[in-house]
Design a protein around this ligand. Structure first.
Ligand SMILES: [Zn+2]
Length: 453
């Protein structure tokens, strides 16, 4: 390894010793300010735990280097809500760095470490180094940071996942909420009542995994229910967060077929889909007591039937650029959550319009409760061509997730933006690992770029 890479890994080790789970970034803020003082660099800090460190040793145009200081902390015994009290124990196996029993935090500690090594080096540069907090939760760091403290018109974010790539677009994410009219009515005819649960799908992240054909439990439940005559819906529940593909749906409904016929339909359904979704399980239960049905039940099932699940469009390089995820449906709470992702403004507007029209058609009340912006590298970007020139192996990609750069580009007019990074696998899990060869490659690339531009 060269000196600069040694320095990066040295900073990464120091950062790893500081607990820095999202919401607990104080230690990192203190560390960064200490660093700035030690190296005689001016800095800015705010109450959101953001830090900006400035280093100007040339008259070149300024550039923002950006990384987030917080991390997702999970342990092998507590994959969802572990509380971080100690630093991360690092382990190296060949070219891979992992953590002992926890997530590694290379996302995005390695980005922070790379920036620090450039700030500490003698490479002539004009850097505005932006360290944000709370990226993994609310992105409030990026939303709240005082952008008047920044003058640069170009930003290299170091929060990616793949070596030798330049991310030129990320997706916006829209939280689309449907509020249900929970009026019920009594069913007078002599119907049979059933509860069906469909579960065992693989699920996943609605950005990373949306093109992996893992199925959506609401879609499959709808297809199943549509096979019974005269269905009246009492309950339809499953899924949770906007960005998670649902794996389990439970429905209570009335129909006028007997239990044997219901079992036959379910068996045929499982057989038909067993190739596509081998882990899917469906169970049914006959319920005796008569119940009320949802007045909006038919509208709801028709909406679920016509809804376009998953990938809506790809570009000519096979990148997903528009997708939607029907995530949580809960008729008990009277709400439906849909997460929309789009890698361009045009895609975003047309998919929102289509979804609104589909809601209107089925008399469903909708609202948009939140949006995280995406970014696109500017047309004819000099930043992009300079990075390509300094690394001819780099290919451009689009990411179908929302990251902080979108917020920066939204807040700073004409901010040219890209993401580069070393390879990080299985981020946010105990399997998270960092490719050390790719760290060296990325550091060399960035050094070359900074020296020439
Ligand atoms: Zn990250």
């Amino acid at each position: 390894m060269n000196d600069l890479t040694d320095s990066v890994m040295n900073y990464f080790r120091q950062i790893s010793a500081i607990p820095r789970q999202s919401g607990n970034e104080q230690g990192m803020q203190d560390y960064l300010i200490n660093f700035a003082c030690k190296h005689n660099l001016s800095y800015y800090q705010d109450e959101h735990k953001n830090v900006i460190i400035y280093k100007k040793t040339t008259d070149k145009e300024p550039i923002i280097l950006q990384a987030h200081t917080d991390m997702v902390y999970v342990t092998s015994t507590n994959p969802f809500c572990a509380k971080q009290k100690k630093g991360i124990k690092l382990m190296q196996k060949g070219q891979w760095l992992t953590a002992k029993g926890t997530s590694l935090g290379a996302d995005d500690g390695i980005g922070v470490a790379m920036i620090l090594s450039f700030l500490a080096s003698d490479i002539p540069c004009n850097i505005e180094a932006v360290f944000t907090a709370a990226e993994e939760t609310t992105m409030q760091g990026a939303y709240q940071i005082d952008i008047s403290k920044l003058t640069a018109k170009k930003l290299i974010c170091l929060d990616g996942f793949e070596n030798n790539t330049i991310v030129v677009s990320t997706a916006s994410f829209t939280d689309f909420l449907i509020t249900l009219d929970q009026t019920t009515q009594t069913l007078d005819a002599d119907y049979h009542w059933y509860q069906i649960t469909l579960k065992g799908l693989i699920g996943g992240h609605s950005g990373f995994d949306i093109d992996k054909q893992r199925g959506n439990s609401h879609q499959l439940m709808t297809k199943l229910l549509k096979r019974f005559p005269n269905v009246f819906l009492n309950r339809f529940v499953g899924g949770y967060q906007f960005n998670v593909i649902p794996t389990e749906t439970s429905a209570v409904f009335a129909t006028n077929v007997d239990e044997g016929a219901v079992k036959d339909v379910i068996e045929a359904f499982i057989n038909e889909y067993s190739q596509l979704y081998p882990s899917m399980e469906i169970s049914s239960l006959k319920i005796d007591r008569p119940q009320k049905v949802l007045s909006c039940g038919n509208d709801l099932l028709n909406f679920f039937e016509e809804f376009q699940y998953g990938v809506l469009s790809k570009d000519n390089q096979n990148n997903v650029i528009a997708s939607q995820n029907l995530s949580e449906v809960n008729t008990d709470k009277g709400s439906i959550k849909i997460g929309l992702r789009a890698n361009s403004k045009n895609e975003e507007q047309s998919m929102i319009a289509e979804l609104q029209a589909l809601c209107d058609k089925h008399h469903l009340t909708w609202s948009i409760v939140d949006t995280q912006p995406g970014f696109e590298t500017l047309p004819n970007s000099k930043l992009l061509s300079d990075l390509q020139q300094t690394n001819p192996n780099a290919k451009t990609i689009k990411m179908h997730i929302a990251v902080e750069c979108g917020i920066f580009q939204n807040r700073i007019k004409n901010l040219d933006t890209v993401i580069i990074s070393p390879t990080i696998l299985c981020a946010h899990s105990v399997q998270e690992r960092l490719d050390l060869d790719s760290v060296k490659n990325t550091v060399n690339w960035l050094e070359k770029y900074l020296r020439l531009n």
